[in-house]
Design a protein around this ligand. Structure first.
Ligand code: LLP
Length: 416
């Protein structure tokens, strides 16, 4: 559930008419609902109830510091994949001792900074990374807390680009080899084994693959126990899907209760790294129709939002709902392709959408709070959009629209 609803024929973000936001801040523009972020975070936290747990919001989904701050205030932990994300968490007032550091290519300077601030755990993805981390920690006279990210070889049944738990993916350590790699880690003096981690993919719409992965990881936990390696936590990663179109993903409560049932009788703290299920439906992207271009073959609505602002439709053929902010009751309904001004045929936000449109109409792309702004770029030298957070009847500009000066600030003409 979210707080973007129609009242008296127009779309509201919490208590604010979305049209007001577009007039004040222009389009394209991302609009987030604080109450929705809070509701989604609490859904996880409450579902995990008394079981020892840490919800580590996956920063990559939406890394605006105002978003991170809203979650930090609720006690959220954070899953990061770069030092940039760590600095954002710190700038937002997040607690470093609730941070897990994932990612296949951590650099020594990133490890150093994470050790310096005292992150909860490094999710290590290879033997080479174990050696590197041990080295860095030794030079600092510290001991690095680690989990191994194992690859349980389960099919998450999602888009191949966002499926990560299969043998052929670059992520994690083959679960069959994991006992040996744990032995190796045990022998490295500047590492302390804390847990095990896996993340099998994103936008999963069933609980089954998570449970299959968990079963395999629990077998590993028992093998390690027999070897005298006792784990304190189990990190199941993120991946719970959301409803973009007709999907019916489980609620966090259903997902969490099935997981916790399997952990009964074990003293394992459960860590989760949800990104999309917290952020996606907490945001929309506003865009305005520039022109209607009806041809013999197709009807196009040329909008001011483009693939550089919201890449998911172009990159994954992802479907995002696109709705009029003030639905017209009269006029001709046509089947439009909603295309942006970028010079690529793949620049579209939606295809074959039945809408009644006029030039100048305001549209909202729904479920845009996750992997929306975070994946935006300056392609075609377009300024990245503004981001606004609605809180009840208040509006906060949490990132101003970029300017051309911002875009060229780091560039330099050669002297001669
Ligand atoms: N933990 C790890 C280690 C991850 O790699 C990811 C996402 C998450 C947690 C969060 O997963 P979530 O709960 O959001 O599914 N750009 C793609 C999604 C890429 C996800 C990458 N990893 C998209 O727009 O669909």
């Amino acid at each position: 559930m979210d707080y973007f609803n129609y009242t008296d024929g127009q779309l509201f973000a919490e208590n604010v008419p979305v049209e007001t936001i577009a007039s004040e801040f222009g389009t394209p523009c991302y609009v987030y609902s604080r109450a929705t972020f809070e509701r989604h975070y609490k859904a996880y936290d409450n579902a995990l109830g008394d079981h020892p747990h840490l919800v580590c919001y996956a920063v990559k989904a939406n890394s605006n510091i105002a978003v991170l701050n809203v979650l930090a205030k609720l006690g959220s932990g954070f899953d990061i994949v770069s030092i940039g994300e760590l600095e954002r968490v710190l700038a937002a007032g997040g607690d470093p001792s609730k941070v897990v550091f994932s990612g296949v290519g951590k650099q020594p300077h990133e490890m150093r900074r994470a050790l310096e601030v005292g992150v909860h755990c490094f999710n290590v993805e290879s033997e080479a990374e174990l050696y590197r981390l041990n080295d860095v920690a030794a030079k600092m006279g510290l001991v690095a807390p680690i989990s191994l990210r194992v690859n349980p070889d389960v099919d998450a049944g999602t888009h191949p680009y966002i499926s990560t738990g299969l043998k052929e993916n670059k992520f994690g350590i083959d679960i069959q080899r994991a006992p040996d790699v744990y032995e190796l880690a045990k022998g490295l003096k500047n590492l302390a084994i804390k847990g095990v981690d896996c993340h099998i993919g994103s936008q999963l719409t069933e609980v089954r693959p998570f449970l299959d992965a968990l079963d395999r990881v629990l077998v590993l936990v028992d093998i390690l126990k027999d070897k005298g390696i006792e784990l304190k936590h189990l990190d199941l990663g993120g991946g719970l899907g959301v409803r973009y179109n007709q999907e019916t993903p489980p609620e966090p409560s259903e997902y969490a209760s099935e997981i916790i049932a399997k952990l009964k009788g074990r003293e394992l703290t459960l860590i989760m790294e949800p990104g999309r299920s917290i952020a996606a439906n907490a945001g929309i992207m506003l865009t305005r129709v520039e022109f209607l271009k009806c041809t013999e073959h197709r009807d196009f609505a040329v909008i001011d939002g483009a693939m550089n602002d919201l890449l998911r439709p172009s990159l994954y053929s992802a479907w995002q709902d696109i709705v009029p902010v003030k639905p017209r009751v009269t006029g001709e309904k046509r089947t439009y392709d909603l295309v942006g001004p970028v010079c690529e045929t793949g620049d579209f936000l939606g295809k074959d959408r039945e809408l009644i449109l006029e030039a100048g109409d305001l549209l909202a792309v729904r479920s845009a709070g996750a992997y929306g702004f975070a994946m935006s770029s300056n392609y075609n030298s377009r300024n990245r959009p503004a981001e606004v957070m609605v809180d009840g009847d208040k509006l906060h500009l949490i990132r101003q629209r970029e300017s051309i000066a911002d875009q060229i600030a780091l560039e330099k003409i050669i002297a001669e």
